[in-house]
Design a protein around this ligand. Structure first.
Ligand code: PEP
Length: 241
């Protein structure tokens, strides 16, 4: 049985106060969530400490949205593995398309970040996926296989989550057809040395489509952006049927 991981990616949303407000509403909705579902909140760095304190003893796991490959050093604006681990962070998103597109993240830096995360006992959520242009040109598989080949060099596949996120489906309301997402995720799995790696789907997941997404046999969870910002909406997603 592969682990189911339902993760929210808050991106650059929510102050510390807003994060606490969310948590109050969200916690009260979680009582009915089956135990075997891992629920993760990947929040801005500024909300990690307060959520860590308030999540103590809860079943919700804390996640960050990036990690540098060095333990410390002159890297202005970056954050290191030990800094995150000390706060009780368990997961970290690496290689999100927004990092790759706007902040110069490459497969080489993604690989360095993945290895650093694992060194400090953080489980990376590696994001891969194609642009609309690549999909239209029939390059989806080749692009994703190339990302996996470069990103996963010397990465321990026992401590890893992968998110398949077609870039054209992120934040657009344009969800990838569930059967197609299932097909691509099956192909991703065929390239792994550990078939037990949980592989999520990400891209405009919302309460209205979560049941259909999770009914697909290859899909082991979801990475949710916009719909994870509202407590009732994210609770409906983690409580999928
Ligand atoms: C994401 O940011 O990883 C994402 C999938 O966003 P959204 O759910 O808003 O499409």
């Amino acid at each position: 049985m592969r682990k189911i991981v339902i993760a929210g990616n808050w991106k650059m949303y929510k102050t510390r106060t807003e994060s606490l407000e969310f948590l109050q509403g969200f916690m009260s909705c979680l009582t009915e969530t089956p135990e075997e579902r891992e629920v993760v909140l990947c929040v801005p760095f500024t909300s990690l400490a307060v959520l860590s304190k308030n999540l103590h003893g809860s079943r919700i796991r804390l996640g960050a949205q990036n990690v540098h490959w060095q333990e410390s050093g002159a890297f202005t604006g970056e954050i290191s593995g030990p800094m995150l681990s000390e706060l009780g962070v368990r997961y970290v998103i690496i290689g999100h398309s927004e990092r790759r597109q706007y902040f110069g993240e490459t497969d080489e830096t993604v690989n360095l970040r993945l290895k650093a995360a694992q060194k400090y006992d953080l489980i990376p959520i590696l994001c891969v996926g194609e642009t609309k242009q690549q999909r239209d040109a029939g390059e989806t598989e080749a692009h994703i296989f190339s990302q996996l080949a470069k990103d996963l060099v010397d990465v321990d596949q026992e401590k890893l989550v992968i998110a398949y996120e077609p870039i054209w489906a992120i934040g657009t309301g344009d969800t990838c057809e569930t059967k197609e997402a299932n097909r691509v995720i099956g192909l991703i799995r065929s390239k792994l040395t550990n078939p037990g790696v949980p592989i999520q789907y990400g891209g405009s997941v919302k309460p209205e489509n979560i049941d259909e997404v999770m009914a697909q046999p290859e899909i082991d969870g979801v990475l949710v952006g916009g719909a994870s910002l509202e407590a009732a909406s994210f609770a409906r997603i983690v409580n999928y049927q």
